[in-house]
Design a protein around this ligand. Structure first.
Ligand code: ATP
Length: 350
């Protein structure tokens, strides 16, 4: 049996190249461990650094290349001082989600060791939920509209379309079917008409999945419940901005941004990246935690779906569990391992 996958690498800015390099080392180690599994990788430059070189953070020529690949692994994008003339940060990773229709932002949260949670009394596996963030509309929908600098008003639009809501909610139900069959809708239907519509669509689709237990929670209450009783949740689905905020909160429950992988999935293509940004405060220091990116590579293998790829995904998961059962941690989690040493530890555990 053999499986060869073409992977586009977009390391990006700040700590992006460091953490991507570790994930690629893990993929290479899997090639050694799993006969027949092969990765053909090609690296492209997008992000704030690319903008400084060529005046465009996401050159069309690179965008046009991506469909040639089976999947894309991305590091992190953006640098604090590099902005558009109107002051907005460059976010080619968000542009990619919108342009490629990657509407399912999957943010799994898993506690590998009780000591890594700021919550008391939790042990490995107690926190294990999946946040599904709609990633093509919602409150991000007017993010590219320029504000009239002469006006004393500024607005953003929470866009919910039936098609956009249906596809992400249906996907979330499908994911819940593969887990503990519980899906929680997170919205603000009591205040915002857009969110009331999101809930209406959720209720309609819920009828298609009678085996899934459903629950509806307002986003403010969810911020409270995620801290008080995160173990109560399995799969959650929400709009873009609420998902953005809650996924950072979720990361904090299990050790921080360095432990939070993600996948942005559409109907035909997908991009995998850590949930964190370019972390300019620690860029170039060799201390970034690469685990979120390594776990994102694991999600990529699961999505690629071949038998060998899935075997690789299971091996990454098992290796990270093994490493985190022991004491080795990077600085963000109170340890002293460098980025490369954490990569070494995962590879040794494979
Ligand atoms: P963005 O807006 O692009 O999500 P941000 O500037 O809000 O990015 P991050 O870049 O994610 O935030 O960084 C938030 C904090 O988490 C910073 O203090 C950063 O150093 C830390 N951090 C993020 N990722 C990692 C990592 N992989 N390892 C260690 N620390 C990290």
């Amino acid at each position: 049996m053999s499986e060869t996958y073409r992977i586009a690498l977009l390391p990006g800015d700040g700590i992006g190249p460091d953490v991507t390099a570790e994930a690629v080392r893990v993929l290479r180690a899997l090639e050694e461990k799993i006969p027949g599994l092969k990765f053909e990788t090609e690296e492209f430059s997008i992000g704030a650094g690319e903008f400084l070189k060529n005046g465009d953070p996401l050159p069309e020529s690179i965008y046009a290349e991506l469909p040639r690949f089976d999947a894309t692994l991305l590091g992190a994008m953006g640098l604090p001082g590099v902005r558009w003339p109107d002051g907005k940060e460059m976010t080619p990773q968000v542009d990619l989600r919108e342009r490629l229709g990657l509407y399912q932002g999957l943010r799994p949260t898993y506690l590998y060791h009780g000591d890594d949670s700021p919550l008391k009394g939790r042990k490995a596996g107690d926190i294990d939920f999946l946040l599904v963030r709609e990633s093509t509309e919602g409150l991000f929908s007017t993010r590219l509209v320029s504000r009239d600098p002469g006006s004393d008003r500024a607005t953003d639009t929470m866009l919910i379309t039936r098609a956009g809501a249906e596809r992400v909610i249906r996907a979330a139900f499908g994911l819940a079917m593969g887990r503990r069959k519980k899906l929680t809708l997170v919205d603000k239907a009591n205040v915002l008409p857009s969110m009331a519509f999101f809930r209406q669509v959720f209720d309609e689709i819920a009828a298609e999945f009678p085996e899934v237990t459903t629950e509806r929670v307002y986003v403010d209450a969810m911020a409270l419940y995620l801290v008080q009783r995160p173990e109560a949740y399995d799969v959650m689905v929400t709009e873009n901005m609420f998902g953005d905020i809650l996924s950072d909160l979720a990361a904090a429950l299990v050790g921080g941004m360095g432990m939070s992988p993600s996948a942005d999935i559409g109907d035909t293509c997908a991009i995998f990246q850590p949930s964190h940004g370019s972390a300019p405060d620690i860029a170039g220091m060799g201390i970034a935690n690469p685990v979120a990116t390594i776990l994102s590579a694991g999600m990529m293998l699961e999505w690629l779906g071949g038998e060998l790829a899935k075997q690789g995904a299971a091996m990454i998961d098992a290796a990270v569990r093994k490493v985190f059962a022991g004491p080795g941690r990077t600085r963000d989690m109170g340890g002293s391992l460098t980025t490369g040493e954490m990569g070494d530890a995962v590879i040794a555990a494979l």
